[in-house]
Write a protein that binds this ligand. Structure first.
Ligand code: ADP
Ligand code: MG
Length: 286
């Protein structure tokens, strides 16, 4: 896809510690983080609730709290928000009184493009997320999954170097979530922007990522940098493979150990029965 080619998106984090809260209530949300993410990588940040995932992602987006250490994108210190670092949250931020097309085109208004140019760009983005026939609808006429697709289009219209995603499919039902994961991988294959995707769902991280950065409970530290070499394109059959199960167990053991919890219960096939860290629904009933 030519319209959303990201030229870079290298992240360099060194000794990053972020402090939240004031005075006596101040605490370290994340501690001494180091990582280098290469342009075009798909990285998941996996960790239990409250470990500082959103705080870290917010910092990458430029929503900065008191911090020490280095936070750079393409060699530039992050000092505030930028359309070059687009964020997708669990709940969409679409304006209900604007059409889908206008919501997607909205970000281009500041760039001095004509309405016709903005609309044409919005329609290309909607085609990218498979919603070309819904440009004239209102956001509340769409399903939750479709709203998140519009949200992704709204962010991608700015050709971001980084796509930052904070549990973007966390509010969707299991089947829609699975379809959204496949759609996201398909889009990413075409645009190859760097993606940093936060999740507490081990299956989701294993299915999507090139690399998983696993975090400890608060204050969040990186406890593992797990590289995945599952072939792409990925299919849902991946989650039943022996290698997937092995890595899932590895992630569970790592996180259980950090949480001080007993090892997860396994079914007769040796697969974990549940995710002990969250009240999230397992992707597949085992
Ligand atoms: P995660 O996304 O991994 O669930 P967060 O980054 O949202 O974790 O939060 C890390 C910790 O900081 C949590 O314990 C949360 O309650 C707390 N927290 C988040 N934002 C603030 C804030 N603005 N002020 C004080 N505490 C906060
Ligand atoms: Mg969060």
């Amino acid at each position: 896809m030519s319209q959303t080619t990201a030229q870079a998106g290298r992240i360099n984090v060194r000794g990053l510690t972020i402090t939240l809260g004031e005075q006596a209530q101040a605490f370290q949300a994340v501690q001494d983080l180091d990582c280098q993410i290469e342009p075009g990588e798909f990285v998941c940040i996996l960790g239990p609730s409250g470990c500082g995932k959103s705080t870290l992602l917010g910092a990458l987006a430029g929503h900065l709290h008191s911090h020490t250490g280095q936070l750079e994108v393409d060699g530039q210190t992050v000092s505030g928000p930028s359309p070059q670092r687009g964020m997708v949250f669990q709940h969409h931020t679409l304006l209900p009184w604007r059409s889908v097309r206008d919501n997607v085109a909205f970000g281009l208004k500041m760039h001095g493009q004509s309405k016709a140019e903005r609309n044409a760009a919005a329609e290309r983005m909607l085609a990218l997320v498979g919603l070309q026939d819904f440009a004239g609808r209102w956001p509340d006429q769409l399903s939750g999954g479709m709203q998140q697709r519009v949200e992704i289009a709204r962010v991608l219209i700015n050709h971001p170097r980084l796509l930052l995603m904070d549990e973007p499919f966390g509010a969707l039902d299991a089947l829609t979530r699975l379809k959204m994961q496949e759609l996201l991988l398909d889009i990413w294959t075409r645009i190859r922007t760097t993606v940093v995707f936060v999740t507490h769902d081990i299956d989701e991280a294993l299915f999507l990522a090139d690399r998983i950065l696993i975090m400890s409970p608060r204050p969040g530290r990186f406890i593992e940098d797990l590289r995945l070499d599952f072939a792409r394109p990925r299919h849902t059959s991946l989650v039943t493979s022996a290698q997937f199960s092995r890595l899932k167990r590895h992630c569970l053991e790592l996180l259980s150990h950090e949480e001080g919890q007993p090892l997860p219960r396994l079914n007769p096939l040796g697969l974990p029965l549940d995710n002990p860290f969250e009240n999230s629904q397992p992707r597949f009933a085992l």
